[in-house]
Ligand binder design. Sequence first.
Ligand SMILES: [Zn+2]
Length: 462
Amino acid sequence: MSILIQNGTVVTASGTLDANVLIEGEKIEALLTGDDTVPDVDRIIDAAGQYVLPGGIDVHTHMEMPFGGTFSADTFETGTRAAAWGGTTTIIDFAVQAKGTSLLATLDKWHAKADGNCAIDYGFHMIVSDVNDTTLKEMDACIAAGVNSFKMFMAYPGVFYATDGEILLAMQQASRSGATVMMHAENGIAIDQLVAQALAAGRTDPVYHGLTRPPELEGEATSRAITLAKVAGCPLYIVHLSAREALAAVAEARDAGQNVFAETCPQYLWLSIDDLARPDFEGAKFVASPPLRPKDHQDSLWRGLRTNDLSVVSTDHCPFCFKDQKELGRGDFSKIPNGMPGVEHRMDLLHQGVAAGHISLPRWVEVASTTPARMFGLYPRKGVIAAGSDADIVIYDPRATRTLSAATHHMNVDYSAYEGMQITGRVVTTLSRGSVVIDDGEYLGRTGHGTFLARGLNQYLL
Ligand SMILES: [Zn+2]
C-alpha cells in the first residue's frame, strides 16, 4: 500500500515545509517538494490547509494500573484507541513492580496485558519499588529487553516509596549501563504528616489533597533527586513537574551541565487548585499527584517549555471514574485514587498553547513528539517525518473548533477534566505505521495493530 499526503504543511521540530509525504507500506519513503515527480500511488490524502505532524509520543501513561485496590479505567485497548483519536501514535506505559516480585516477571505481566490489545505502538518503563541485589541485577536484563528507563518514587511511603539510599543504589546501577532514572519527586514522608494532621482536624475535602502537598515539598524532593543523580552520575528525568520551585532546581542543574530533564503535563498548564476546590466532591476529578497548583505556576511552566528546562509534555494519563472509583474518597481525600484522564487531549491542549502564543508551532512538535523520541531511544524511527521513519503521521486541522466533553471523548472514563472547554484544532487523520487509524471522525484501526517497541538508550544527553 502506498499513500501520498498532498498539499499539507509539514511541521517539524525545526520549522515548517510545504511538502508531499510519500508512504510505502509502514515507512515514510520520501518527502517530495516542488519539481519532484509525483509517483503513482494507491491512495492520495489531500491535506490542503492542514498540518502534517509526526505522530504524538506520550511517554507517561498508566493503562489498567493497580492503585489502592482498584485499576485505572482504561485498558491498553481503550486507552490506545483514545490516544489515536487525539493524534498520539506511541505511548510508553509503566510496568509496576510489586514489592517482593522480580522486574522480569513484572515485565512479562505487562507484556501480557498489552500484547495483541493496542491500536498504536507502545513501550514500557519499569517502576522499581523493591531495591535489592536481585532487582539491581535485573535492571540490565530489562535494558536488554528494550526497557531502559526506571522510575522511582520519593512519594507514597509504604507503597512505591524508596529511601535515598535505595535511590542512590539504583542510580549507580543505571549509571553503569547508561539507563535513565525517572523520578516522582515529592517528599512523601513530610506529606504523610501533613495529611494526617489535616484528617485529624476534620479537613477531608478534595482540596486538602493539594494543600497537604505544598510546592515546596516538590521543590525539595527535586533538588534531592538531582543531588543523588549527580553523586551517582546517572541521567535523571523528573516526571510530571508541576511547581515553579521544582523547575528552578531543574534549571539550575541544567545550567551547570548536569543531565537532568523534566516533563510537565497539560493539566498543570491549564488547570489549577481552584478546580480541586470545586464544591460537592467535584474536586475529586482533579486529584492527581503532584497536585494541581495555584494558577500563577502556569506562566513559569510555559516559560520552562520555551527555555527547554521542560523538554517534554506527557499526560500521566491515569483515569479513574468519578462513580465508584473517585467516590472511594468521599469523607477522606487521602482515599481518592490519584490520577486524571488525558491521553486523548495532549496534542489539542498543546495546540491551544500555540494559539495563545505560549509556544511556537515547531516547539509543539518538539515537546510532543521529537524530544520524547530522543529522550527514550526511539529516534529516528519515531518522532520525525523523514525518509525511513515509521509512517506515524497526524493530519491536523488548525482552524476547526470544538468543545471537549465526556459525552464525545473516547477514553473509558465517565468525566472530562476539561468539560466544556472550547478549543481550536482537531485531528483529522491519524496513521500508525502507514495504516489509517482515525479518519474524519471514524475509527478505522485494529486492536492488536500496535507493536512493542524495544527502545535504545537516551539520545538527548547533554
Ligand atoms: Zn504517573
